[in-house]
Design a protein around this ligand. Structure first.
Ligand code: ASP
Length: 343
């Protein structure tokens, strides 16, 4: 391929294991983005990459303000590149993938997040493959939107979840098939993206006033009073298809009602990874859904629920509008028909 035919791809480095090296206190990001490119010479054969480092952190330390930084870099360089690859720690990469899917909508170019379980400098590592696959996807014709590429899979940004802490197949596509598989330098696509005219819509407002509460048997419902005083949205990660405990001793429904009166938004999600909520099935679900202000996650991932709410809170303070827009699908995060009869 001649130099002029090659696509221009911007590598946006943020740190993570892929860029880490052993220091006195354990692995921490150290490698520069140019070194990532130099370590995988095949990348320069398929495209014309440029690199910028906006962060060099373990993604455990990554904050919503950093998503905004990523959006800004992509917005400012959008016209100059054909695609974007963001290297990122794997631990919170699914949150970033979801967040960027809300903050950058109707993109007509690919924005690909990747990382690795082992540092690029290790003899045995998944870093080279994940980087090569990501650049391959970023160069793919008519590819558009936000993806997470890992272990040969391209997952829609709103559907990714880290499910393994050590193995190379660390990410799962939840409640949606992967967008594509990548092997031997080829992309096998299962979907084609429909991009509306008008170009990308960037948003740089995020309000992280969202609390995620994982329900366990025996939890005292007064925890809701505490978090309700500090957050606008409370996501209760409940069980199975979704329900809220109402036994006398520990009645969460009374607290949910109090939160609704205070104008707080409560979403019931599920600890089950696959298949989502349907609160119309059981009494524990139906009783909760009798509060018209209560929402359920349906088939959205918890990462999507949390970041969608942060994005919506950044757009409006109108609770009714937030509730309405929560159920509007964005970048394949939700299949409306899976909302259930009482959804
Ligand atoms: N702790 C690392 C991070 O998320 C893990 C990784 O990148 O795999 O930054």
């Amino acid at each position: 391929m001649s130099e002029t035919e090659k696509k221009k791809i911007l590598l946006i480095a943020t740190g993570g294991t892929i860029a880490s090296a052993q220091g006195g206190e354990g692995l921490s990001p150290a490698v520069k983005p140019e070194e990532l490119l130099d370590a995988v010479p095949g990348i320069r054969e398929i495209c014309n990459p440029h690199a910028v480092q906006i962060l060099n952190i373990d993604s455990t330390n990554l904050q919503p303000e950093n998503w905004v930084q990523m959006v800004r870099v992509i917005r400012e360089s959008y016209d100059g590149y054909d695609g974007f690859v963001i290297t990122h720690g794997t631990d919170t990469m699914a949150y970033t993938a979801s967040a960027l899917s809300y903050l950058i909508q109707n993109a007509d170019k690919p924005i690909v997040l990747t990382g690795s379980q082992k540092p690029i400098g290790y003899g045995i590592t998944d870093a080279g493959k994940n980087l090569t696959d990501s650049f391959t996807l970023a160069c793919e014709k008519d590819m558009a939107g936000v993806y997470l590429v890992f272990d040969g899979k391209a997952i829609f940004g709103t559907r990714a979840r880290k499910v393994k802490s050590k193995s190379y197949d660390a990410f799962e596509s939840v409640n949606h098939p992967p967008a594509a598989l990548i092997y031997d330098g080829r992309v096998v696509r299962y979907f084609s993206e429909e991009v509306r005219p008008g170009g990308p819509v960037f948003c740089e407002e995020v309000r992280p006033s969202v609390f995620l509460l994982k329900l366990i048997p025996g939890m005292n419902p007064d925890v809701l009073e505490y978090v309700g005083a500090r957050y606008d949205v409370i996501v209760i990660e409940s069980y199975g298809v979704g329900g809220v405990p109402f036994v006398d001793r520990r009645n969460f429904l009374t607290e949910v009602e109090r939160l609704a009166d205070q104008g707080k938004i409560v979403v019931v999600a599920t600890q089950a990874l696959f298949e989502g909520s349907d609160m119309s099935v059981y009494e524990v679900g139906r009783r909760a859904m009798s509060f018209p202000t209560l929402l359920q996650s349906c088939d959205m991932t918890v990462e999507s629920v949390v970041t969608k709410m942060m994005w919506l809170l950044g757009q409006t303070q109108d609770r009714e509008e937030i509730r309405k827009r929560f159920y509007e699908p964005v970048n394949r995060d939700l299949y409306p028909m899976l909302r259930g009869s009482k959804g």
